[in-house]
Design a protein around this ligand. Structure first.
Ligand SMILES: NC(=O)c1ccc[n+]([C@@H]2O[C@H](COP(=O)([O-])OP(=O)(O)OC[C@H]3O[C@@H](n4cnc5c(N)ncnc54)[C@H](O)[C@@H]3O)[C@@H](O)[C@H]2O)c1
Ligand SMILES: OC[C@H](O)C(O)[C@@H](O)CO
Length: 386
């Protein structure tokens, strides 16, 4: 039987027709895999999700084999499973492995790897750009724009929600001893928030609006508090999410968004809660009406910075933006944020631990997905730990 290294890296990091591969197999419902089996959670174009058993890979030159110890379920994992696509370019066309918020432990290193040894604990940066000198994005440090990026868990690339994961040595980040795997895996959504804070230009004392109190909005809230924004207003459609935000950052002011209320009326309520017009909005829903609310909440010269992902085409209040010199910018994943994320958590400036509300074993990953997908369960961050 061919091993993964004999098959070659190109196949590991490329559209792998897993079910045609002799060593891949979907586990039947209720089947108990061996304790060391390389199981993973896969979704497919028929919107099914199941455990798959796949071979334990061998690290090739420059690669590290990891025991993945903690993985968070991201909204995009659930979205790929239930909707089969995000936008036009990320489409589920085959079985695809989930998960990209992971941390783990080095169990084997490939030829030429000198910076890692067995037992090292790492956060896994799931987007691996090509790093070629001819690639403008990689050369200029904006590697999230690399056209040849392998982003684990975005089709066609399989994810890091598996027991044994092979990763390029240079895209791992060392975890200090006092940082848990759980915190290491949360560095992924934290990296998204930090990229947003950095690129929005948020400064000490800036009045800030955060739209949406999901995991990204909440991690943005923690980061914005550490960055010194004041006051901070956070919105959501659900009071329970706003209450959760208050437990994280007691000083945050909350505004419940009511369906059927106009964006201008909601903005009025937000400005009243702040006692002023706001300077920056970090929009973490991607919902058109919420983007409008953010725009109408801004002062002259404000900035609406959109982290949320939404409908392909959306309408903007053009003249209001124009007459108030309001900038609108967007974030696509992140670049150069992991070392910063680890420093902020390790240094105690950001406490991300309370975000994890549910924990499952790898064998129970499918139940974890069902909890993450069901709003009635009240989960913030569901983690799978091994
Ligand atoms: N730009 C990026 O690279 C990047 C990376 C990760 C996630 N995202 C996106 O960020 C967004 C947030 O991610 P998440 O995991 O927190 O998602 P989530 O769906 O768990 O949370 C979104 C929150 O927004 C709230 N919401 C919905 N409509 C609202 C409205 N009109 N006003 C106020 N709140 C509203 C929801 O109730 C929910 O609590 C998603 O769109 C996600 O795709 C973007
Ligand atoms: O944090 C990274 C994001 O979740 C990904 O871009 C995902 O949404 C699609 O690849």
């Amino acid at each position: 039987m061919a091993t993964i290294t004999e098959v070659g890296n190109a196949e590991i990091y490329s559209p792998l027709k897993v079910l045609e591969h002799p060593e891949f197999r979907i586990l039947s419902a209720g089947e108990k895999p061996a304790p060391t089996a390389n199981i993973a959670a896969f979704y497919n174009p028929a919107h099914e999700i199941h455990l798959v058993e796949k071979p334990k890979p061998k690290p090739g030159p420059g690669q590290v084999l990891l025991h993945v110890r903690a993985t968070g379920i991201c909204g995009s994992d659930v979205h790929f499973w239930q909707h089969g696509r995000i936008g036009d370019s990320m489409v589920v066309r085959d079985e695809c492995g989930s998960g990209h918020e992971s941390a783990g432990e080095v169990v084997e290193v490939g030829e030429g790897v000198t910076q890692w040894k067995v037992g090292d604990r790492v956060a896994i940066e799931a987007g691996v750009p090509c790093s070629q000198p001819a690639c403008d994005a990689c050369r200029t440090g904006r590697y999230n724009a690399c056209p040849d990026v392998v982003f684990f868990s975005t089709p066609p690339f399989h994810g890091t929600l598996t027991r044994w994961h092979l990763h390029p040595a240079q895209w791992l980040h060392r975890l200090p001893d006092h940082m848990s795997f759980e915190e290491g895996s949360l560095c992924e959504p934290l990296a998204v928030a930090l990229a947003g804070i950095e690129r929005s230009g948020l400064k000490l004392g800036d009045p800030l609006l955060i739209c949406g109190a999901g995991p990204i909005g909440l991690v943005t809230l923690l980061s914005a508090r550490a960055a010194g924004a004041e006051p901070i207003i956070i919105t959501d459609l659900f009071q329970s999410r706003l209450d959760f935000a208050k437990t994280l950052v007691p000083g945050v002011r909350t505004v419940l968004i009511k369906r059927g209320t106009s964006a201008k009326e909601q903005a009025k309520e937000i400005k009243e809660a702040a006692g002023m017009d706001l300077k920056v909005a970090l929009e973490c829903t991607g919902v058109e009406s919420s983007v409008h609310t953010a725009i109408y909440s801004m002062q002259f010269g404000g900035k609406v910075f959109i982290i949320g992902v939404g409908k392909n085409e959306q309408v903007f209040p053009f003249m209001h933006l124009s007459a108030n010199e309001i900038d609108v910018s967007f974030q696509y994943r992140y670049a150069n944020q992991y070392p910063k994320a680890i420093r902020l958590v390790a240094g105690g400036l950001i406490n991300i631990k309370p975000l994890v509300t549910h924990r499952f074993s790898l064998e129970d990953a499918i139940s974890a997905f069902h909890v993450a997908a069901d709003p009635a369960q009240g989960a913030i961050k569901v983690q799978i730990q091994d």
